[in-house]
Design a protein around this ligand. Sequence first.
Ligand code: GAL
Length: 818
Amino acid sequence: MKKTLFLRYLMLLFVMCKLNAQDVNFNKDWLFKKDTIIGAETVAFDDSNWRNVDLPHDWAIEGPFSNSNNARTGGLPVHGEAWYRKHFSVAKNLKNKQIAIEFDGAMSNAKVYLNGEYVGERHYGYIGFELNLTPFIKFGEENVIAVKLAPEDLSMRWYPGAGIYRNVRFKINNALHIPQWGTYITTPVVSRESAQVNVQTTIKNTSEIVSNAVLETQIKNQKGEVVASISSPISIVKKSSDKILQEIEVKNPEIWDISKPVLYTAISQVKVDGKLVDEFVSHFGIRTIEFDTNNGFLLNGKRVQLNGVCMHHDLGPLGASVNYRATERQMQIMQSMGVNALRTSHNPPSPEMLEVCDKLGIVVIVEAFDEWQLAKVPNGYHKHFDKWHEKDLRDMIKRDRNHPSVIMWSIGNEILEQSKKDGWKITKELNDICHSEDPTRPTTAGFNYYPAPFTNKLAEQIDVVGMNYWPAHYKEIKENYPEIILYGSETSSQTSSRGVYHFPIEFNEKHETNHVSSYDAIVGPPWAYAPDVEFDAQEQNPFSLGEFIWTGFDYLGEPTPYGGRDNSTNGYWNADWPSRSSYFAPVDLCGFPKDRFYLYQSQWTTEPMVHVLPHWNWEGKEGDVIPVYSYTNCDEVELFVNGKSFGRKIKGVDFTEIPSEYHGFEKGMYKSKYRLSWNVPYQAGSLKVMGYRDGNEVATKEIKTAGVPSKIKLIADRVEINADGIDLSFISVQIEDKDGNICPMAENNITFKVEGTGVLEAIGNGDQTSLVSFKGDTMKAFSGLCLAIIKSTDKPGEIKLTATSKGLASDEIRIQTK
Ligand code: GAL
């Protein structure tokens, strides 16, 4: 991308006449109205009473929650027409420039008009697109850009968000320039001593022949030092574009790896007669990837077991509105669970997500579609597939192919064409498109039927076969198709509500509270199974690349198991109100870990850890037997209740029987070697686990029976943030007793007040049934916790957050903005 300039005031566009080429942040000062409006594209249209908004903006997250909004997609008003307008001026002396607007994504059915004229459109809300404004711009005058969005109801199986929910840039280029996604960087030869970096640069010339130009490319390391450079003469005929390949050697390269994600930067400069006319900045990494039928995935020659998560794109209480810090926090929480891989189900991610994964060292499967020609929902992508799939897929790859984190292109999730005899034809076409845009990465897809994608020849069209929910068949598939490269593209689909426990341990039953017990025995859709089943399958089948659990974070919409098919949606799946967000993940919508987080951590991390559940506040159950589970990566765990040992259990030797059911397994008790358990007569006090390795105590966790709620405690993830009007501080709110124990069933109503250089951006509590607005100032605690998200303004200073609740001692916290 070009050097980005952040312009607050439109007047400043006049200043830019001195600049050669610029990407101007175009997020500020839009006008918005959600309505069906005739003539809102015209210049003279009266928008004086429209609301002022800054982008990225998701209108639906403001609510209100309502069952009439379709709880399957979150119970939020995601459909209907809406308009965005922006007035801006462009200096007269920019007249010879090429002007474009770039949207990272607009949800959805976007139509763009400039000064009353139709400029272009894009249906798919997840794809970035650029439109050429040059023919419509009035230089030296005011311009009005108008964007109409018209997302349809029943167009997705989860919460899509609504609005111009990703970033927008205004782009000013010279006639000779490097266009959008203009570099393609690969590293075909990599050794410790040397790497060959191939930079293919597209150069566009919208004017007369250019013959005296050069393309200079510099490679900078992470410290900003130039480590290699090359200069190539270029000559580009009138009104055309050309691709220049530069092969650059980087000596002693620092390799991008999961454990050390080192990035390089390529600075591409176009010069005419020695004068700079364009500069383009690309980030990339030097690494190798291989996929092997027996050894799975190799990064830089070493096998890496993919401990992956599928993730939808929403950011919980922030909705779909993209935010770098919120994205980074999600993936840091995932990394602390042991995650090293992401599948962007079931659509292209935000550019920010890939930037985060590049920086954190998380490998990514970028997925294109959830539907091809056959419908899963009445207004899904199938309506647009024929017209748009090629452009959407090519653009996805062009946008994302420089990211070292990206390792595969997924052409679809559980596409219904699997069951069709000629389903292989589209598979082949999409596979070929991917290879033509990027021959360096394999293609994949997530299949959920078996054996249909094999008998219908879809599986053989792609490079790496993902199976959704078939762990019991990995072995059989491999025996039948020995050449296959296989992994679990979607696994488990276990559900739970944080901090909630039901007795006896429930097994595929719905509960009157619309919550799911956190004992993590199976409650879920018919294809779901406990995480333990997949752990075992991965161990038994080392040829598998690994797994991608459904999902890393809870997301808005799809609140299985509280839902089913009904007549109000023509037989399509709808939720049992008030359930409005998913129960699937080991982490709730606010980012608070559920117990299952520690089950994954016990399998995916090595730093000694031990976890114990349930909470220890069972007043009225004194003497009743309570099942106590422990998740650990230690050899043994000893359980103590009020200091009295209930004995040690050895991991891998002592089993826990959990009720389970899964196609391919018997319904009944599943013996898990991944959990340790005891049956303990309840008595209030302390519940403590100690983890041992080689006989030495290396980890411990203690839960104490809490007294009555007495005070609020605020804990910020960061107490210093950027004063840029974008950065966030996530503040966890704990309800504690007088001794500082978290009250695990507290539901107190907390009211927030923000003063100083910040705003209360959103609040939440992780309860899948809460209908309290994310945008209000009062939130009920759920299982003792809730969350406040504070956003800086662009003024440096201090933010003070105060949290109060009737009957509790209040708390306040200060965040510095710099
Ligand atoms: C899968 C599907 C996901 C999600 C999941 C829930 O079949 O691919 O999008 O719906 O089921 O279990």
